[in-house]
Design a protein around this ligand. Structure first.
Ligand code: ASP
Ligand code: MG
Length: 429
């Protein structure tokens, strides 16, 4: 047993990987196999199957606006069930295992219920259990606020972040994320038939992909991994073989122009009309939204024309946050003439570290969407991402057409310059 953590692996199993008794036993067998191969193992489990969704539904059967503290108390139970059951299965396989809640595992968070951030990991109890040759099972997605002493949860998909945070604290060699797909794909394989599995993605690309709708990894887990240099291996819990490594940019081979097409159909748009065009207005609006913990994505404000000098401002938010966003703006009083919302919007994005130095990529995206008669309603870019807000019902067309236009298909070879006229795929190097 080495003291530096290099013999520790953190293995995280998602909801589908622990859904039924069979799956739990299979996950337990994987965990035991890693232990028998000489590793010390910490496994982080998600709630089984659709458990979290069902718990959310139960809360809404009782109340329209469930109290956040109690919501966390409720939601945190799902992952505890998975851990206790997996510990039983591991015992039956002849190994010592101990299941811990997030709080027992030392996951300390701030006190923003249902979206808490990990601020410290006090892993001594885990370390002790590992010393005693136990396999440690940690309930994902939850922690405890030392301020309020209350149970908190980390936002949907938060077990990924639990796993990465533990891998960082224990200085584990790798954080393995076991899921129902065999890795990170060039597009959602349920939408694009010839999407291909990516061998490696950089933290930066993965951040953009998670932020723009790729569901494989929670955004915060990628952020945490990048900040702490945790290598993530995303892989299938149902088959062997390598998945996708999420690593630093130096470790990714060559940067293709475009790595992936992502999409989201769970957004909503808010438009404030008749905004006064003067300093401080946007600060008030977005300051209030930030205080209400609403994440704002694409923002556009038009140049005020006409004598009244009034502007229109639109932005997108997660559809789940729309009510909070509307309430927050209403509470600001007379900031705008009217607040309009549109729930039928979607977003398609292309991501690739190689587009940093290639200006033609955005133009090509717009042309391709235009030829397909898909109207672009809003645009936002970063050095390695281009996002277009479009009608929700055109999202899958847009994803398919862009995936094809940038030659991301299974057998495609990345072209040398995908923006060049009549480009042909060529083998690089
Ligand atoms: N069970 C939680 C969810 O569904 C957390 C997770 O699975 O990562 O969002
Ligand atoms: Mg997940």
């Amino acid at each position: 047993m080495s003291g530096d953590g290099s013999d520790i692996v953190v293995m995280k199993f998602g909801g589908t990987s622990v859904a039924g008794a069979e799956q739990i036993k299979r996950a337990a067998a994987r965990i035991v196999a890693a232990r028998e191969a000489g590793n010390r193992v910490v496994a982080v489990l998600s709630a089984r199957g659709k458990t979290t969704d069902q718990l959310v539904e139960q809360a809404h059967e009782i109340s329209d606006r469930p109290v956040a503290r109690e919501m966390d108390m409720l939601l945190s139970t799902g992952e505890r069930i998975s851990c206790a059951l997996a510990a039983m299965a591991i015992h039956d396989m002849g190994h010592e295992a101990i299941s811990l809640t997030g709080s027992q595992a030392g996951i300390v968070t701030d006190s923003s219920h249902t979206k808490a951030r990990i601020i410290d990991v006090r892993a001594d109890r885990i370390s002790e259990a590992l010393q005693q040759d136990r396999i440690v099972l940690v309930a994902g997605f939850q922690g405890v606020s030392t301020d309020s002493r209350d149970v908190t949860t980390l936002g949907r998909g938060g077990s990924d972040t639990t796993a990465v945070a533990l891998a960082a604290a224990l200085r584990a060699s790798v954080c393995e994320i076991y899921t129902d797909v065999s890795g990170v794909y060039s597009a959602d394989p349920r939408i694009v038939a010839d999407a291909h599995k990516l061998d490696r993605v950089s933290f930066e690309e993965m951040l953009e992909m998670s932020a723009s709708g790729a569901g494989v990894l929670q955004l915060r887990s990628v952020e945490y991994a990048r900040n702490h240099g945790v290598r993530i291996h995303c892989r299938s819990s149902f088959e062997d073989g390598p998945g996708t490594l999420v690593v630093s940019e130096e470790e990714t081979m060559e940067n293709p122009f475009v790595t992936a097409v992502t999409h989201s159909d769970s957004e909503a748009r808010v438009t404030l009309t008749g905004l006064r065009d003067e300093p401080g207005v946007a600060g008030r609006v977005f300051g209030a939204l930030a205080d209400a913990n609403v994440n704002v994505d694409v923002i556009i404000q038009n140049e005020p024309v006409g004598d009244d000098k009034l502007a229109d401002l639109s932005f997108t938010v997660d559809r789940a946050d729309l009510t909070t966003a509307k309430d927050t703006i209403a509470a600001l009083g007379d900031v705008s003439l009217e607040v309009l919302t549109d729930e039928q919007i979607g977003k398609v994005s292309i991501v690739g570290a190689g587009m940093r130095s290639h200006p033609g990529v955005a133009a090509k995206v717009f042309q391709v969407l235009g030829e397909e008669r898909i109207n672009i309603e809003m645009i936002s870019t970063s050095p390695i991402k281009i996002s277009c807000v479009i009608a929700a019902d055109r999202v899958s067309d847009a994803v398919n057409i862009l995936h094809k236009a940038f030659d991301l298909g299974e057998d495609a070879i990345q072209p040398e310059d995908p923006t060049g006229p009549g480009h042909r795929p060529t083998v690089a190097g």
